[in-house]
Design a protein around this ligand. Structure first.
Ligand code: HEC
Ligand code: HEC
Length: 156
C-alpha cells in the first residue's frame, strides 16, 4: 500500500481496527468484566476516601507514607502548595501534622536546598490518599520483614 497522505493512513488504520473481531465472550475477560465491547459496563460503586487520620503502616523502608486524610481542594500549583501550609517546618508544630523530613530538602546530588526541593514539590507524585476497596487483581505482595527494614534504614 503506497499512501503518502497522513490522513489517508489514519483512515486505513481505522478500517483495519474496525474490522478486527470482537473477542468478548471468547473466554477473554478484562477489568470491565464480560460486557461486550459495544455495550457500557456497569459503573463501579463509588467508595469513600480513607480519612480516619490514622497513619497507614509502611510496607518497606523507603515507602512514601500514604495519606490518611482527605485532600479535596488541596491545590498544588506553581504559586501555592496547600500541603505545605500544614506540613512544612514552620507550620508542622502548630498544625500537629508530621513535618516533611530532610530528604524533602535535598536536590538530586544530595545538596541541601533552602526550601522544599523542586523534585519533592508535587507531593501527590509520591503520596496518595487511600480508599477501602479490595484489590482489582489478586497479588502475592508481602510486607518486607521488620528486621530487614531496620537494617536498610540503618545503612542510609
Ligand atoms: C490542614 C492541615 C493539613 C493539610 C492541608 C495536609 N495535611 Fe497531611 N496530615 C495532616 C495531619 C494532622 C496528619 C497526621 C494524621 C492525621 O491527623 O490525618 C497528616 C498526615 C499526612 C501523611 C501521613 C504521614 C505518615 O507518616 O504516615 C501524609 C503522607 C500527608 N499528610 C500528606 C499530605 C499531602 C500530600 C497533602 C496535600 C495534598 C496534605 N498532607 C495536606 C495535616 C494536613
Ligand atoms: C519523590 C517522592 C516524594 C515527593 C514528591 C514527596 N515526598 Fe514526602 N516522602 C517521600 C518518602 C520516600 C518519604 C519517607 C521518608 C523520607 O524519605 O523522608 C516521605 C515522607 C513524608 C512524610 C512523613 C515524614 C516523617 O518523618 O514521618 C510527610 C508528612 C511527607 N513526606 C509529606 C510530603 C509533602 C507535604 C510533600 C509535598 C510538598 C511531599 N511529601 C513530597 C517521598 C516523597
Amino acid at each position: 500500500m503506497n499512501i503518502t497522505n497522513p490522513l489517508l493512513t489514519w483512515i486505513a488504520c481505522g478500517a483495519v481496527v474496525m474490522s478486527a473481531p470482537v473477542f468478548a465472550g471468547d473466554g477473554l475477560t478484562s477489568l470491565r468484566g464480560d460486557t461486550p465491547i459495544e455495550q457500557s459496563s456497569p459503573a463501579p460503586e463509588i467508595s469513600s476516601w480513607k480519612q480516619d487520620d490514622v497513619a497507614v503502616e509502611r510496607n518497606f523502608a523507603e515507602q512514601p507514607p500514604l495519606i490518611p486524610h482527605h485532600i479535596k481542594a488541596y491545590k498544588i500549583d506553581l504559586r501555592s502548595n496547600k500541603c505545605l501550609t500544614c506540613h512544612n517546618r514552620a507550620m508542622a508544630q502548630k498544625t500537629g501534622a508530621p513535618e516533611i523530613g530532610p530528604t524533602h530538602f535535598r536536590d538530586r546530588d544530595g545538596n541541601e536546598t533552602p526550601g522544599v526541593s523542586p523534585r519533592r514539590y508535587f507531593c501527590l507524585q509520591c503520596h496518595v490518599p487511600q480508599k477501602a476497596v479490595l484489590p482489582l487483581v489478586d497479588n502475592t505482595f508481602r510486607q518486607a520483614d521488620a528486621e530487614n527494614q531496620t537494617q536498610r534504614q540503618g545503612s542510609q
